[in-house]
Design a protein around this ligand. Structure first.
Ligand code: AMP
Length: 425
Protein backbone atom coordinates (compact mmCIF):
# COMPACT_ATOMS: atom_id res chain seq x y z
CA UNK A 1 0.00 0.00 0.00
CA UNK A 2 1.22 3.51 -0.79
CA UNK A 3 2.31 5.62 2.15
CA UNK A 4 -0.49 8.06 2.98
CA UNK A 5 0.23 11.77 2.61
CA UNK A 6 -1.03 12.50 6.10
CA UNK A 7 -0.93 10.57 9.32
CA UNK A 8 -1.55 11.18 13.02
CA UNK A 9 0.99 13.33 14.88
CA UNK A 10 3.89 11.41 16.45
CA UNK A 11 2.79 9.48 19.52
CA UNK A 12 -0.90 9.98 18.83
CA UNK A 13 -3.23 7.30 17.56
CA UNK A 14 -6.66 6.89 16.04
CA UNK A 15 -8.97 4.68 18.01
CA UNK A 16 -10.53 2.69 15.18
CA UNK A 17 -14.03 1.18 14.98
CA UNK A 18 -12.90 -2.27 16.06
CA UNK A 19 -11.31 -0.74 19.18
CA UNK A 20 -14.01 1.71 20.26
CA UNK A 21 -16.25 -1.01 21.78
CA UNK A 22 -13.54 -1.85 24.36
CA UNK A 23 -13.10 1.84 25.14
CA UNK A 24 -16.81 2.32 25.61
CA UNK A 25 -17.06 -0.79 27.75
CA UNK A 26 -14.22 0.48 29.94
CA UNK A 27 -15.82 3.92 30.23
CA UNK A 28 -19.11 2.26 31.14
CA UNK A 29 -17.43 0.25 33.92
CA UNK A 30 -15.83 3.41 35.31
CA UNK A 31 -19.15 5.29 35.28
CA UNK A 32 -20.99 2.40 36.91
CA UNK A 33 -18.44 1.88 39.66
CA UNK A 34 -18.17 5.63 40.30
CA UNK A 35 -21.96 5.76 40.75
CA UNK A 36 -21.71 2.95 43.31
CA UNK A 37 -19.18 5.04 45.25
CA UNK A 38 -21.35 8.17 44.91
CA UNK A 39 -18.67 10.01 42.91
CA UNK A 40 -19.69 12.67 40.43
CA UNK A 41 -18.21 13.26 37.01
CA UNK A 42 -16.40 16.48 36.12
CA UNK A 43 -15.34 17.59 32.62
CA UNK A 44 -12.91 20.46 32.15
CA UNK A 45 -11.44 22.00 28.98
CA UNK A 46 -8.66 20.26 27.07
CA UNK A 47 -6.62 23.48 27.36
CA UNK A 48 -5.63 25.36 30.48
CA UNK A 49 -3.56 28.51 30.89
CA UNK A 50 0.09 27.42 31.11
CA UNK A 51 0.54 29.32 34.36
CA UNK A 52 -1.99 27.02 36.06
CA UNK A 53 -0.21 23.91 34.82
CA UNK A 54 3.16 25.26 35.95
CA UNK A 55 1.82 26.17 39.35
CA UNK A 56 -0.27 23.05 39.79
CA UNK A 57 2.28 20.49 38.66
CA UNK A 58 5.47 22.34 39.49
CA UNK A 59 8.07 24.25 37.50
CA UNK A 60 10.74 21.65 38.12
CA UNK A 61 8.90 18.49 37.14
CA UNK A 62 9.74 16.61 33.95
CA UNK A 63 6.19 17.18 32.77
CA UNK A 64 6.53 20.96 32.89
CA UNK A 65 10.16 21.28 31.84
CA UNK A 66 10.09 18.83 28.93
CA UNK A 67 6.68 17.47 28.13
CA UNK A 68 4.02 20.10 27.84
CA UNK A 69 2.44 21.08 24.55
CA UNK A 70 2.09 24.84 24.93
CA UNK A 71 1.29 27.64 22.52
CA UNK A 72 0.61 31.34 22.58
CA UNK A 73 -2.70 32.82 21.41
CA UNK A 74 -3.25 36.52 21.98
CA UNK A 75 -2.04 37.41 25.47
CA UNK A 76 -2.39 33.95 26.88
CA UNK A 77 -0.13 30.96 26.81
CA UNK A 78 -2.12 27.72 26.78
CA UNK A 79 -1.14 24.15 27.55
CA UNK A 80 -2.83 20.96 26.44
CA UNK A 81 -3.61 19.39 29.78
CA UNK A 82 -0.97 16.85 30.81
CA UNK A 83 -3.00 15.65 33.81
CA UNK A 84 -6.18 16.62 35.55
CA UNK A 85 -5.50 17.23 39.24
CA UNK A 86 -4.55 20.88 38.77
CA UNK A 87 -7.47 21.61 36.38
CA UNK A 88 -9.98 19.92 38.73
CA UNK A 89 -8.65 21.90 41.67
CA UNK A 90 -8.82 25.04 39.51
CA UNK A 91 -12.45 24.26 38.77
CA UNK A 92 -13.17 23.54 42.45
CA UNK A 93 -11.76 26.94 43.43
CA UNK A 94 -13.24 28.87 40.48
CA UNK A 95 -16.78 27.57 41.03
CA UNK A 96 -16.64 27.55 44.82
CA UNK A 97 -17.57 23.90 44.80
CA UNK A 98 -16.89 23.81 48.53
CA UNK A 99 -20.09 25.82 48.93
CA UNK A 100 -22.08 22.85 47.69
CA UNK A 101 -21.23 21.47 51.11
CA UNK A 102 -19.56 18.25 52.12
CA UNK A 103 -16.63 16.57 50.50
CA UNK A 104 -16.38 16.87 46.69
CA UNK A 105 -15.77 13.45 45.17
CA UNK A 106 -15.04 14.13 41.54
CA UNK A 107 -14.05 11.63 38.89
CA UNK A 108 -13.04 12.16 35.28
CA UNK A 109 -12.26 10.35 32.06
CA UNK A 110 -10.43 11.97 29.17
CA UNK A 111 -7.39 12.61 26.99
CA UNK A 112 -4.12 14.04 28.33
CA UNK A 113 -1.10 15.29 26.39
CA UNK A 114 2.59 14.95 27.12
CA UNK A 115 5.42 15.30 24.61
CA UNK A 116 7.19 12.14 25.69
CA UNK A 117 9.26 9.80 23.54
CA UNK A 118 6.61 7.41 22.24
CA UNK A 119 6.83 3.68 22.89
CA UNK A 120 4.46 0.87 23.80
CA UNK A 121 2.32 2.15 26.67
CA UNK A 122 3.63 5.69 26.27
CA UNK A 123 1.86 8.06 23.94
CA UNK A 124 1.72 11.80 23.46
CA UNK A 125 -2.04 11.79 23.59
CA UNK A 126 -3.26 9.19 26.05
CA UNK A 127 -6.27 8.76 28.30
CA UNK A 128 -6.69 8.72 32.01
CA UNK A 129 -9.51 8.13 34.39
CA UNK A 130 -9.11 9.41 37.88
CA UNK A 131 -10.62 10.71 41.05
CA UNK A 132 -10.10 13.76 43.22
CA UNK A 133 -11.62 13.76 46.72
CA UNK A 134 -11.47 17.34 47.90
CA UNK A 135 -12.30 18.45 51.45
CA UNK A 136 -11.32 15.56 53.68
CA UNK A 137 -8.14 15.01 55.66
CA UNK A 138 -9.47 11.73 57.02
CA UNK A 139 -7.79 8.45 56.15
CA UNK A 140 -11.19 7.16 55.00
CA UNK A 141 -10.81 9.40 51.93
CA UNK A 142 -7.41 7.84 51.11
CA UNK A 143 -8.76 4.34 51.62
CA UNK A 144 -11.88 4.87 49.49
CA UNK A 145 -9.74 6.48 46.76
CA UNK A 146 -7.49 3.42 46.61
CA UNK A 147 -10.48 1.08 46.92
CA UNK A 148 -12.16 2.69 43.90
CA UNK A 149 -8.99 2.42 41.84
CA UNK A 150 -8.58 -1.25 42.78
CA UNK A 151 -12.26 -1.99 42.18
CA UNK A 152 -11.94 -1.07 38.49
CA UNK A 153 -9.08 -3.56 37.93
CA UNK A 154 -10.78 -6.18 40.05
CA UNK A 155 -14.03 -5.91 38.09
CA UNK A 156 -12.15 -6.20 34.81
CA UNK A 157 -10.24 -9.24 36.07
CA UNK A 158 -6.71 -7.82 36.21
CA UNK A 159 -5.34 -9.46 39.34
CA UNK A 160 -1.61 -9.51 38.85
CA UNK A 161 -0.30 -6.22 40.19
CA UNK A 162 1.69 -4.54 42.91
CA UNK A 163 0.31 -1.69 44.97
CA UNK A 164 3.14 0.31 46.48
CA UNK A 165 2.35 2.60 49.35
CA UNK A 166 4.29 5.22 51.22
CA UNK A 167 3.81 8.25 53.41
CA UNK A 168 5.87 11.29 52.61
CA UNK A 169 4.56 13.06 55.70
CA UNK A 170 3.02 16.44 56.15
CA UNK A 171 4.89 19.68 55.47
CA UNK A 172 6.58 19.71 58.87
CA UNK A 173 7.78 16.09 58.69
CA UNK A 174 8.95 16.53 55.16
CA UNK A 175 10.95 19.70 55.75
CA UNK A 176 12.75 17.94 58.60
CA UNK A 177 13.41 14.86 56.47
CA UNK A 178 14.60 16.91 53.50
CA UNK A 179 17.27 18.53 55.65
CA UNK A 180 18.39 15.16 57.01
CA UNK A 181 18.52 13.77 53.48
CA UNK A 182 20.49 16.75 52.19
CA UNK A 183 22.99 16.41 55.05
CA UNK A 184 23.32 12.71 54.32
CA UNK A 185 23.85 13.08 50.57
CA UNK A 186 25.90 16.28 50.49
CA UNK A 187 29.24 14.56 51.27
CA UNK A 188 28.68 12.32 48.23
CA UNK A 189 27.53 15.11 45.93
CA UNK A 190 30.22 14.63 43.30
CA UNK A 191 29.43 10.91 42.99
CA UNK A 192 25.73 11.46 42.34
CA UNK A 193 24.21 11.72 38.87
CA UNK A 194 23.99 15.18 37.39
CA UNK A 195 20.23 15.29 37.79
CA UNK A 196 20.44 14.26 41.44
CA UNK A 197 23.07 16.93 42.07
CA UNK A 198 20.64 19.50 40.70
CA UNK A 199 17.90 18.16 42.94
CA UNK A 200 19.97 18.15 46.10
CA UNK A 201 19.11 21.73 47.06
CA UNK A 202 15.52 22.23 46.01
CA UNK A 203 14.01 18.80 46.02
CA UNK A 204 16.27 16.10 47.50
CA UNK A 205 13.35 13.66 47.90
CA UNK A 206 13.14 13.29 44.13
CA UNK A 207 16.61 11.70 44.25
CA UNK A 208 14.97 8.72 45.93
CA UNK A 209 13.15 7.74 42.75
CA UNK A 210 16.20 8.23 40.53
CA UNK A 211 16.87 5.34 38.18
CA UNK A 212 20.51 6.36 37.59
CA UNK A 213 22.88 3.49 38.53
CA UNK A 214 25.44 5.76 40.24
CA UNK A 215 22.78 7.01 42.69
CA UNK A 216 21.59 3.62 43.88
CA UNK A 217 24.26 2.96 46.50
CA UNK A 218 23.59 6.29 48.20
CA UNK A 219 19.83 5.94 48.00
CA UNK A 220 20.00 2.52 49.67
CA UNK A 221 22.04 3.93 52.55
CA UNK A 222 20.00 7.14 52.93
CA UNK A 223 17.80 7.75 55.98
CA UNK A 224 14.17 6.65 55.54
CA UNK A 225 11.22 9.03 55.65
CA UNK A 226 9.33 6.69 57.99
CA UNK A 227 11.78 7.57 60.77
CA UNK A 228 11.03 11.27 60.41
CA UNK A 229 7.23 11.31 60.28
CA UNK A 230 5.64 13.31 63.05
CA UNK A 231 2.90 11.76 65.16
CA UNK A 232 -0.01 13.00 63.02
CA UNK A 233 1.53 11.66 59.83
CA UNK A 234 2.40 8.34 61.46
CA UNK A 235 -1.14 7.86 62.78
CA UNK A 236 -2.61 8.76 59.39
CA UNK A 237 -0.33 6.27 57.62
CA UNK A 238 -1.18 3.52 60.12
CA UNK A 239 -4.89 4.12 59.58
CA UNK A 240 -4.53 3.94 55.79
CA UNK A 241 -2.57 0.68 56.04
CA UNK A 242 -5.09 -0.77 58.46
CA UNK A 243 -8.01 0.25 56.23
CA UNK A 244 -6.45 -1.47 53.23
CA UNK A 245 -5.87 -4.61 55.28
CA UNK A 246 -9.50 -4.61 56.38
CA UNK A 247 -10.54 -4.32 52.72
CA UNK A 248 -8.17 -7.14 51.74
CA UNK A 249 -6.21 -4.89 49.41
CA UNK A 250 -2.62 -6.17 49.38
CA UNK A 251 0.13 -3.54 49.34
CA UNK A 252 3.86 -3.15 49.90
CA UNK A 253 5.34 -0.20 51.73
CA UNK A 254 8.00 1.38 49.53
CA UNK A 255 9.97 4.11 51.28
CA UNK A 256 11.40 5.27 47.96
CA UNK A 257 8.03 6.12 46.48
CA UNK A 258 7.89 9.92 46.53
CA UNK A 259 5.81 12.51 44.84
CA UNK A 260 8.07 15.34 43.90
CA UNK A 261 6.05 18.43 44.61
CA UNK A 262 5.84 20.38 47.82
CA UNK A 263 2.07 20.27 47.98
CA UNK A 264 1.95 16.48 48.01
CA UNK A 265 1.56 15.26 51.55
CA UNK A 266 1.20 12.02 53.48
CA UNK A 267 -0.11 9.16 51.38
CA UNK A 268 1.55 8.27 48.06
CA UNK A 269 0.76 5.13 46.06
CA UNK A 270 1.42 3.51 42.74
CA UNK A 271 -0.08 0.49 41.04
CA UNK A 272 2.03 -1.46 38.56
CA UNK A 273 1.56 -4.61 36.54
CA UNK A 274 4.14 -7.18 35.43
CA UNK A 275 2.00 -7.76 32.32
CA UNK A 276 2.96 -4.37 30.91
CA UNK A 277 6.67 -4.56 30.14
CA UNK A 278 8.86 -1.49 30.67
CA UNK A 279 6.01 1.03 31.06
CA UNK A 280 4.51 -0.90 33.94
CA UNK A 281 2.74 1.85 35.93
CA UNK A 282 -1.03 1.42 35.73
CA UNK A 283 -2.00 4.22 38.08
CA UNK A 284 -0.66 6.54 40.73
CA UNK A 285 -1.88 8.99 43.25
CA UNK A 286 -1.75 10.39 46.70
CA UNK A 287 -2.66 13.19 49.04
CA UNK A 288 -2.13 16.83 48.14
CA UNK A 289 -3.30 18.77 51.18
CA UNK A 290 -1.56 21.98 50.09
CA UNK A 291 -2.53 22.25 46.43
CA UNK A 292 -5.95 23.91 46.75
CA UNK A 293 -4.34 26.77 48.65
CA UNK A 294 -1.48 26.90 46.15
CA UNK A 295 -4.04 27.47 43.39
CA UNK A 296 -5.78 30.24 45.29
CA UNK A 297 -8.44 28.46 47.36
CA UNK A 298 -8.85 28.13 51.08
CA UNK A 299 -6.64 25.50 52.72
CA UNK A 300 -8.44 22.27 51.81
CA UNK A 301 -7.07 18.75 52.12
CA UNK A 302 -7.47 16.41 49.15
CA UNK A 303 -6.47 13.03 47.78
CA UNK A 304 -6.73 11.45 44.34
CA UNK A 305 -5.33 9.15 41.71
CA UNK A 306 -4.96 8.95 37.92
CA UNK A 307 -4.89 5.75 35.88
CA UNK A 308 -3.75 5.18 32.32
CA UNK A 309 -6.48 3.72 30.12
CA UNK A 310 -4.25 2.57 27.23
CA UNK A 311 -2.14 0.62 29.71
CA UNK A 312 -5.22 -0.95 31.23
CA UNK A 313 -6.34 -2.03 27.76
CA UNK A 314 -2.85 -3.37 26.96
CA UNK A 315 -3.03 -5.45 30.15
CA UNK A 316 -6.45 -6.77 29.04
CA UNK A 317 -4.97 -7.77 25.71
CA UNK A 318 -2.04 -9.55 27.35
CA UNK A 319 -4.45 -11.41 29.60
CA UNK A 320 -6.95 -12.17 26.82
CA UNK A 321 -9.66 -10.26 28.63
CA UNK A 322 -12.29 -8.95 26.29
CA UNK A 323 -14.29 -6.04 27.66
CA UNK A 324 -17.00 -5.88 25.05
CA UNK A 325 -19.13 -8.39 23.27
CA UNK A 326 -19.32 -8.10 19.53
CA UNK A 327 -22.42 -6.07 18.78
CA UNK A 328 -24.92 -7.88 16.54
CA UNK A 329 -27.08 -6.18 13.99
CA UNK A 330 -30.69 -7.35 14.44
CA UNK A 331 -31.97 -6.80 10.92
CA UNK A 332 -30.53 -6.09 7.51
CA UNK A 333 -33.01 -5.39 4.71
CA UNK A 334 -32.19 -6.68 1.28
CA UNK A 335 -34.42 -4.90 -1.20
CA UNK A 336 -34.80 -5.19 -4.93
CA UNK A 337 -36.25 -2.45 -7.11
CA UNK A 338 -36.96 1.20 -6.44
CA UNK A 339 -40.28 0.65 -4.66
CA UNK A 340 -38.94 -2.03 -2.34
CA UNK A 341 -35.97 0.15 -1.59
CA UNK A 342 -38.28 3.01 -0.59
CA UNK A 343 -40.30 0.64 1.55
CA UNK A 344 -37.11 -0.57 3.25
CA UNK A 345 -36.05 2.99 3.94
CA UNK A 346 -39.40 3.77 5.54
CA UNK A 347 -39.47 0.52 7.54
CA UNK A 348 -36.08 1.17 9.19
CA UNK A 349 -37.35 3.89 11.57
CA UNK A 350 -40.18 1.62 12.69
CA UNK A 351 -37.78 -1.20 13.49
CA UNK A 352 -35.49 1.17 15.32
CA UNK A 353 -38.36 2.67 17.30
CA UNK A 354 -38.91 -0.83 18.71
CA UNK A 355 -35.34 -0.83 19.97
CA UNK A 356 -33.98 -2.98 17.15
CA UNK A 357 -30.82 -2.22 15.23
CA UNK A 358 -31.53 -2.18 11.52
CA UNK A 359 -29.72 -1.30 8.34
CA UNK A 360 -29.96 -1.66 4.57
CA UNK A 361 -27.86 -1.39 1.46
CA UNK A 362 -26.76 2.20 0.69
CA UNK A 363 -25.37 1.62 -2.77
CA UNK A 364 -28.09 -0.02 -4.90
CA UNK A 365 -26.21 -3.26 -5.34
CA UNK A 366 -27.48 -6.58 -6.72
CA UNK A 367 -29.39 -8.93 -4.46
CA UNK A 368 -26.39 -11.25 -4.30
CA UNK A 369 -24.12 -8.39 -3.22
CA UNK A 370 -26.65 -7.30 -0.61
CA UNK A 371 -26.84 -10.84 0.81
CA UNK A 372 -23.06 -10.87 0.98
CA UNK A 373 -23.16 -7.57 2.84
CA UNK A 374 -25.74 -8.98 5.29
CA UNK A 375 -23.35 -11.86 6.03
CA UNK A 376 -20.42 -9.51 6.44
CA UNK A 377 -22.39 -7.41 8.93
CA UNK A 378 -23.14 -10.58 10.96
CA UNK A 379 -26.79 -9.63 11.03
CA UNK A 380 -29.10 -11.91 13.03
CA UNK A 381 -32.02 -11.63 10.58
CA UNK A 382 -32.35 -10.52 6.99
CA UNK A 383 -35.56 -9.25 5.43
CA UNK A 384 -35.84 -9.85 1.72
CA UNK A 385 -38.18 -7.47 -0.07
CA UNK A 386 -38.76 -7.47 -3.83
CA UNK A 387 -41.69 -6.44 -6.00
CA UNK A 388 -43.68 -9.60 -5.25
CA UNK A 389 -43.21 -9.33 -1.50
CA UNK A 390 -44.24 -5.71 -1.59
CA UNK A 391 -47.40 -6.44 -3.59
CA UNK A 392 -48.40 -9.26 -1.21
CA UNK A 393 -47.27 -7.37 1.89
CA UNK A 394 -45.54 -10.55 2.94
CA UNK A 395 -41.78 -10.38 3.25
CA UNK A 396 -39.17 -13.05 3.66
CA UNK A 397 -37.55 -13.12 7.07
CA UNK A 398 -34.37 -15.15 7.09
CA UNK A 399 -32.90 -16.39 10.34
CA UNK A 400 -29.21 -16.17 9.50
CA UNK A 401 -28.08 -18.61 12.20
CA UNK A 402 -30.53 -21.33 11.29
CA UNK A 403 -30.76 -20.55 7.55
CA UNK A 404 -34.57 -20.76 7.82
CA UNK A 405 -36.92 -18.46 5.91
CA UNK A 406 -40.56 -17.58 6.67
CA UNK A 407 -43.08 -15.30 4.97
CA UNK A 408 -44.38 -12.63 7.35
CA UNK A 409 -46.12 -9.26 7.38
CA UNK A 410 -44.15 -6.23 8.58
CA UNK A 411 -45.96 -6.39 11.92
CA UNK A 412 -45.21 -10.09 12.34
CA UNK A 413 -41.56 -9.49 11.54
CA UNK A 414 -41.30 -7.00 14.39
CA UNK A 415 -42.97 -9.30 16.91
CA UNK A 416 -40.90 -12.30 15.80
CA UNK A 417 -37.57 -10.50 16.10
CA UNK A 418 -38.57 -8.88 19.40
CA UNK A 419 -39.64 -12.26 20.81
CA UNK A 420 -36.32 -13.71 19.70
CA UNK A 421 -34.39 -10.91 21.39
CA UNK A 422 -36.19 -11.20 24.70
CA UNK A 423 -35.55 -14.96 24.95
CA UNK A 424 -32.88 -15.75 27.53
CA UNK A 425 -29.57 -16.58 25.86
P1 AMP B 1 0.94 10.23 36.23
O1 AMP B 1 -0.05 11.35 36.08
O2 AMP B 1 2.25 10.49 35.56
O3 AMP B 1 1.06 9.73 37.66
O4 AMP B 1 0.33 9.03 35.41
C1 AMP B 1 -0.76 8.26 35.84
C2 AMP B 1 -0.93 7.09 34.90
O5 AMP B 1 -1.19 7.56 33.57
C3 AMP B 1 0.32 6.25 34.75
O6 AMP B 1 0.39 5.29 35.77
C4 AMP B 1 0.13 5.62 33.39
O7 AMP B 1 -0.73 4.49 33.48
C5 AMP B 1 -0.59 6.70 32.62
N1 AMP B 1 0.33 7.48 31.77
C6 AMP B 1 1.13 8.49 32.13
N2 AMP B 1 1.81 8.98 31.07
C7 AMP B 1 1.42 8.24 30.01
C8 AMP B 1 1.75 8.25 28.61
N3 AMP B 1 2.60 9.13 28.09
N4 AMP B 1 1.15 7.34 27.80
C9 AMP B 1 0.27 6.45 28.29
N5 AMP B 1 -0.08 6.40 29.60
C10 AMP B 1 0.48 7.28 30.44
Amino acid sequence: MAKPSYSTPLGMVDILPDQTPSWRALEQIIHEEAAKFNFQEIRTPILEPTKLIKRGIGQLTDIVTKEIFAFQKGDTNYTLRPELTAPVVRSFVQHHLDQRGGVQKLYYIGPMFRAERPQKGRQRQFHQFGLEVIGSADSVADIETIAFMMRIYQRIGIKNFTLKLNSIGDLESRERYKQVLRDDLEPHRSKLSELSQQRLEKNPMRILDSKEPEDQEYIAKAPKIQDYLNEDSTIHFEKVKHGLQVLDIPFEVDTYLVRGMDYYTRTAFELSSPDLGSQDALAGGGRYDLLVEEIGGKPTPAVGFAAGMERLLIACEELNISLSEKSVLDIYIVSLGEEARNWALSFLPELRSHGLSASMDYTGRSMKAQMKEANREHTRFTIIAGENELNNRAFILRDMNKSVEVNLSAKEIISTVLAHKSRPK
